[in-house]
Design a protein around this ligand. Sequence first.
Ligand code: PEP
Ligand code: MG
Length: 902
Amino acid sequence: MAKYVYTFGNGKAEGKADMKNLLGGKGANLAEMNLIGVPVPPGFTITTEVCTIYNQQGKQAALAAIKPEVEKAVALVEQLTATKFGDKDNPCLVSVRSGARVSMPGMMDTVLNLGLNDRAVQGITQKSGNERFAWDSYRRFVQMYGDVVLGMKPQSKEDIDPFEEIMEKLKEEKGIELDTDFTTDDLKKLVTSFKDAVKQVTGKNFPDDPWEQLWGAIYAVFDSWMNERAIYYRKINGIPAEWGTAVNVQAMVFGNMGESSATGVAFSRDAGTGEDIFNGEYLINAQGEDVVAGIRTPQQITLEGSKRWATLAGIDEKLRESHFPSLEETMPELYAELNAVQEKLEAHYKDMQDLEFTIQEGKLWLLQTRNGKRTGAAMVKIAVDMLEQGIIDKKTALQRIEPNKLDELLHPVFDPEALKQATILAKGLPASPGAATGQIVFFADEANKFESSVLVRIETSPEDLEGMNIAKGILTARGGMTSHAAVVARGMGKCCVSGAGTVRIDYRSRTMTVGNVTLKEGDWISLNGSTGEVCEGKVKTQNPDLGGDFSKIMDLADEFTRMTVRTNADTPHDAKVASKFGAKGIGLCRTEHMFFEGERIKAMREMILSNTIAEREKALTKLLPYQRSDFEGIFEAMAGYGVTVRLLDPPLHEFVPHNKAAQEELAQEMGITMNQLLSKIEDLEEFNPMLGHRGCRLGITYPEITAMQARAIIEAALNLKAKGIDAKPEIMVPLVGTIAELKNQAAVIRETAENVFQEKGDRVDFMLGTMIEIPRAALTADLIAEEAEFFSFGTNDLTQMTFGYSRDDAGKFMPDYLDKNILKNDPFQVLDQEGVGQLVKMGVQKGRSTKPKLKVGICGEHGGEPSSVMFCDSVGLDYVSCSPYRVPIARVAAALANIAKN
Ligand code: PEP
Ligand code: MG
């Protein structure tokens, strides 16, 4: 019989760390911690398979599968904790938490203090000797269970949580402000009123039977896998819905049992910068949710961290010591124990750990450990440090790099000079580094109101996820380094300043005030996520530093890679940028982009609208010098490396003027009437331009265009040769579908080159190849390879034509296709390996069956997308080519692909 429930406790466990797929990350690590002697409250994990049964076959099937095992596991927890479910003297209380394969912080549901009822609360009172604590736990439980399991939580932002409303009313009646001001009698009253509210809203009594409570909570956790925010989180993080979540049921430990109890969150290294320092936050006499919800200001765990925090927050040493002391000061022995545990865990997992702990009456318990989420900068630093500290080897260091996350490091930071002049409005915590400048919005669902927005909130909640993703940066008035906003922002690589306590936010008037400055919605602010500074207005940014650890990772990538990474660049400037990022050659230079600047477009238009070959050649003669000098610049920027120049590709209609003034000007210049011009423009119109007169079809009807471009390329290479610069031109014919098309164009190119060689009395080597971007070209690649010296897969067009989705119109239906799971990814972003990939694979094989050494690459957008790069490696491409800013990403992805193979 299948096993669906895995127990752990007292140094024993049925699971272990490498069972994440089955037990979820949290469950697998709870088991592992038991096995390596870290103190963990006993409990059990219901596997992710049960979530799938629940979702596909329903509640009854899930219940039938696990009931006996869950009953046995609860009995074990009772035995290990010497408690009993619902007992009047020694009640067993548990937490019920989700836990997917990868952590999805705050996205799914949790229930704490489960097992409390009118009888059990007596037992907790006796055991803790603290009646208020017992009733406060009971109050929290009814509220949490009501919200999470019984659906009492308001669905829209206008509705008020009925429990909050009851509490607010009681506070008003009694003239008190804080939850902590409630007396035991108040809490008893609240429990009764909460239960009444449940009856009123749901029509059912609040369940008093702990077993009924437990099953309700288990089902609720499974349900939460399918809640809106979890679905959205999965979507932006590429987590498949089939994975499901595990459920962890664990004996409760309390950090709110008085002054010798505490709870906190800690990291074995700095998740923002990657520095090798133990850090984290805690609160005495609190529950875990208090630390992350930002209700009280959390304190730092280490003394050093506490001092640093105080400096940032502008708090003097005396105040810090008296009001915000570190755990190292308040509970030195427990601090030492915790420090030893974090060292043990990091050494065991060989990665930065993010841990949750609770101290109950002087005893330390670990509730969770996981590989900590980190910023791109921290990711790079931790990988390099751990390599240099001998903890991991080179391959592992590279495998710690998530290629897409490198993007965060490539973008601008604030210009230090501009920052000096900026008015600093407030200072919060540097929760997630980077620079963000944008217009203020106060509600997450309005983050797209401006092109660049900064989301300003008192605190964020998981519902705000989508808006946080859209905003350029996030500012919160409350919450520490482990608040929801901070953790989520770091995961997203988004700049975030949290806990800027001097900022007063008024949602109703949509304003934020600091001292006597009031900013309203739409005003500009700038956030420095690396220092916590909040500045008024826009602050200038500058390029990041790509030396140090970043370049060490890039060097490592080169050590392990097989494929080369080139760039798509159309200008000498882009070529230089890409070269700095480590591009070795150009895989695609789209020559048409050179025709849009200044005077060039005029000559281009003249060429397009010419009636005779003579007219066209005249216009082409004007274009030739522009092209030649551009090519010289590009060849020089990539000296020694291959530069693939693609001949003119887009439909000519794209170049003609569409506004009246420009049309009049052009008619005048060409000495024709407006009517004559308009009728020519009309002639160029097509029903399906993407399938029309474009690509090599242009060169076939107008060979003089191909000849001019070939001439410009060869002359540029010869001019550079004369200066001692090694240009390596590769001339590429676009949109070939038959060998005859390529032969036709190759003849023009070769003849032109020979003419130039004769004229100049010198020669250069050049290659002549084609794009494979029409399905027929892939299908007949063996024939095409007879003429082509290289292939470059144009997977943009190949995707367009294989799916039959217009590249320019797919935006109309793609969101629906993704939402309805008809497609898993947008195939214009992530290469469709199943379909388009077959054509690529076939193209490579057929091409090399004719020419075994045929050079093959890719220059569609997919060349910079990690999973597509992995695929390219697997089918034997020689290189990938992508836009300059994606070059480092592709370099690491190419190395990872090669490592995965060996
Ligand atoms: C392609 O089709 O993949 C390609 C690189 O060319 P373009 O995007 O210019 O059509
Ligand atoms: Mg194309």
